[in-house]
Design a protein around this ligand. Structure first.
Ligand code: ADP
Length: 462
């Protein structure tokens, strides 16, 4: 129990036991070294009692060694090392100081050794306050008893000073142990909290990694599905196309060989028209499958690793739209564009799609302007138009496959899906901001949520 009465957790008590065991082992080793050394002072100071004193020291040495072995090997040493700490104190106190005082009287200079032993216990042993108090009081009583047994206290004043010395050492030891215990407990709790936090962190990291792996697998499955579906659709389509052409040819030959009555001529024209519809539907489906295949390949065939200067790239794209721009009377303004790390072919596809859409969906707007540049201090790139704008409920959906808002303009609803995939493959994201009636701005970043400039900083590290 600590001083607040709250029982310490078992892990803390186990740690304390291990510490007491280690430190008491150290104290018994110190005893075995110091006790024989002080035999020399016995020789100088008390030659007449030398034999008894040396026997006392020898007993202390043997006892110290026995306590060391017990601490090292026995179950008692592991489960209750504090009992062996007490045994060491009794042994040390009785055989060295008890015998000393008993033989030569209370005024021995070795009295200061007892004071040192009590203070040393506080420094060395993380035993509890009451254990340390019991040992210190026991040593003081032993000192008094041995002094009385030796022949009484001749000088009360001297004796009182010695007892005061022992009491002061006891008080200092108690304060030291209390403070040490509190610090150790705080340190233990901080350490436990840190360990719990580290465990929680690695659990979260593991969870995140699992989830990312699941998502990647799912994404891969989707791409595989898209690829297989679009790939396998192509074979039957080519069959339909081939047979429709054969039918067309057969029909032409048939009508050149056989003179046709007017009814048959009408039927032939109908059939020819149907075949033309079939062939144009097949051609449209073929281009859709092509686009799907392209999307399925973005994931695997995009290499965002090259240095790309967006300025010239965008200028070339705008140049290629010159005819449509002039025909529709649209002005284009290109602002400063950074160098980025990416896949030049795919980035070309992104800007081409966005600029083409801006032209396609300009409608009848009186202001006819397309702006391309960077926003947010170069963190994002944008393509802005003064077209009809996009209602807020459609700003997410337009990036999904086959989603179209305006069927009066030709298109397949695939372009923005491809753009989003390419940008995500570059580690960025795309979103649209728009004021219906006043135009739309498509913003995108490249690389870890950052755009041009951040990406450009990365360039310098290449
Ligand atoms: P497509 O252009 O082939 O229809 P996209 O995926 O490129 O396919 O675009 C999806 C839809 O988003 C378009 O059909 C259109 O309704 C809307 N859209 C795209 N760009 C713009 C734009 N700049 N202004 C207004 N609407 C747009």
């Amino acid at each position: 129990m600590d001083e607040t009465g709250k029982r310490a957790p078992e892990s803390y008590r186990a740690e304390t036991r291990a510490l007491i065991r280690e430190r008491t082992k150290l104290a018994s080793l110190l005893t075995m070294i110091i006790v024989p050394l002080y035999g020399a002072f016995d020789y100088l100071l008390y030659a007449e009692n030398l034999l008894s004193l040396l026997v006392g020291r020898a007993l202390c040495l043997i006892g110290g060694a026995a306590i060391y072995v017990a601490l090292d090997r026995s179950t008692l040493g592991i489960k209750h090392p504090e009992w062996l700490t007490a045994a060491l104190a009794v042994l040390f106190g009785t055989t060295v100081f008890g015998l000393q005082v008993y033989l030569v009287g209370f005024d021995t200079p070795y009295h200061s050794g007892l004071v040192l032993a009590i203070a040393g216990m506080a420094v060395l042993l993380p035993i509890s306050l009451w254990q340390a108090g019991a040992i210190a009081v026991g040593m003081t009583l032993l000192y008094g008893t041995a002094a009385v047994l030796h022949g009484g206290i001749q000088s009360t004043a001297h004796f009182a000073v010695h007892i005061a010395g022992l009491a002061t050492a006891t008080a200092v030891a108690m304060v030291g142990i209390g403070v040490g215990e509190r610090l150790r407990r705080t340190e233990f709790e901080t350490r436990s909290a840190l360990r719990a936090m580290a465990e929680e962190k690695s659990r979260l990291v593991r969870q995140m990694r699992d989830k990312t792996a699941q998502l990647e697998a799912l994404n891969q499955d989707m791409e595989d599905l898209l690829y297989v579906a679009s790939h396998d659709l192509r074979a039957p389509l080519i069959n339909v196309q081939g047979f429709a052409r054969e039918l067309q040819l057969g029909l032409a030959q048939l009508s050149s060989h056989v003179g046709l009555v007017p009814e048959a001529k009408a039927v032939r024209e109908d059939m020819e028209e149907s075949l033309r519809f079939i062939l144009s539907a097949v051609a449209r489906m073929d281009s859709l499958i092509d686009a799907l295949l392209n999307i399925s390949r973005i994931g695997t065939r995009t290499r965002p690793t090259q240095r790309v200067d967006l300025g010239p790239l965008v200028e070339k794209i705008v140049e290629s739209f010159r005819y449509q721009l002039e025909a529709k009377g649209i002005e284009v303004r290109i602002g400063w564009l950074p160098q980025v790390v990416g896949d030049p072919v795919r980035l070309n596809q992104v800007f081409s799609n966005l600029i083409e859409n801006a032209i396609k969906y300009m409608g009848e707007s009186p202001r006819r302007l397309i702006e391309i540049g960077t926003a947010d201090h170069g963190a994002a790139l944008y393509v802005r138009d003064t077209g009809p704008g996009i209602a807020s409920e459609h700003r997410e959906t337009i990036f999904r496959l086959f989603r179209r808002l305006d069927s009066s303009v030709p298109g397949e609803g695939i372009g923005l899906t491809a753009v989003r995939k390419i940008i995500e493959k570059h580690g960025g994201r795309i979103w649209v901001e728009s004021e219906p009636g006043a135009g739309s701005t498509f913003y995108f970043t490249l690389g870890a949520g950052k755009g041009g400039e951040a990406n450009e900083e990365r360039n310098s590290e290449l």
